[in-house]
Design a protein around this ligand. Structure first.
Ligand SMILES: [Zn+2]
Length: 321
């Protein structure tokens, strides 16, 4: 059997057309009698102007005035058929035309929804990919390993006080994770990124099979706060090296380490032992990426949620029938 018209239309073509019209009378090539000939016909548009002030239109077949109906395209010529008429005149054939058109309406709704979701999700996944390989992570690892190697006494103290000493030395509050000895922001982020792209694909396939996507979108949202945690972990470096915090740590260390002297400078801590000195400093390349995309994504995702979680084809069929 030959394919019905809408079955032959590609997804891309279907996305580019409208399947309803609110001005059927002004369509091009509109004729007032059913065109002769054997050309295949198909339902091109539906219209429902029953809630408008529009004047009633005449059905091409029976000339009854109506406000809801279908535009049939036959060999490029268009004519209007009232919503009650079509069924009688075309009989079984009409049911098939109608079915073809309804399937197109459903397919288009799904494609539009997926396009809408992709427009929000894809740029964010790209941002996440760029972020997860950002240079700042290398600088972070480098700084910690240099700290541990060059200032081992201080590192051990900070690690102990982070994990067991209430998160502070003297009056100075320590960063939550920087010295805990196990936090790895980049590894955490890569795991998150993998989970987020899996969820994004799941949203798309759920739209295709007509399932509620709100719970998946909700899970997506909840992962965002974990990305923010990663960013906070990176920010801990800058916070620790702020003059106030550094001064507190250095004075605390100078009172306890009998063998070395510590000095706080701008984004740098220097350790003097006998005639030698060493330091740890924050590289000027330590740049934390802009986090605005997270907030934008959060808002965009919440706008994607179905207002009422209902299957797609519960949309009002009566608009055209
Ligand atoms: Zn009619």
């Amino acid at each position: 059997m030959t394919k019905r018209y809408w079955e032959t239309v590609s997804d891309a073509q279907l996305l580019a057309v409208e399947l309803t019209t609110d001005d059927p009378e002004n369509l091009a090539n509109l004729v007032s009698t059913v065109p002769e000939g054997a050309s295949e016909s198909f339902v091109e548009y539906g219209y429902d102007l029953r809630k408008s002030e529009h004047e009633k239109m005449r059905c091409t077949h029976c000339h009854q005035p109506h406000l809801a109906g279908l535009v049939i395209n036959k060999g490029g010529l268009r004519f209007l058929v009232g919503h009650i008429c079509g069924v009688h005149i075309y009989g079984a054939n009409f049911a098939a035309l109608r079915k073809d058109y309804d399937a197109a309406v459903d397919r288009q709704a799904i494609l539009r929804r997926i396009t809408q979701i992709r427009a929000v999700v894809d740029p964010f996944l790209e941002w996440l990919e760029t972020f997860s390989t950002a240079e700042v992570f290398d600088r972070y690892v480098e700084l910690k390993s240099r700290f541990r190697k060059s200032l081992p006494w201080l590192w051990d103290q900070l690690e102990w006080h982070t994990n067991n000493g209430g998160g502070r030395v003297g009056q100075t509050r320590l960063p939550k994770t920087l010295f805990d000895g196990f936090t790895d922001p980049q590894r955490g982020l890569k795991e998150l990124a993998a989970e987020i792209s899996k969820l994004a694909m799941l949203v798309v396939s759920k739209v295709e099979i007509d399932r509620d996507i709100n719970s998946t979108l909700g899970r997506l949202q909840s992962l965002l706060s974990r990305i923010e945690d990663t960013i906070r972990q990176l920010q801990e470096v800058e916070q620790f090296f702020q003059p106030n915090s550094l001064a507190g740590v250095v004075s605390w260390a100078n009172q306890r380490d009998r063998r070395r002297k510590y000095r706080a400078e701008l984004m740098k801590i220097t350790c003097i032992e006998g005639n030698s000195q060493t330091n740890v400093r924050v590289s000027p390349a330590y740049k934390i990426p802009d986090i605005a995309p997270i907030a934008a994504f959060r808002t965009a995702v919440s706008n994607l949620s179905d207002p009422v979680a209902q299957p797609l084809h519960s949309t009002d069929r009566s608009r055209a029938v």
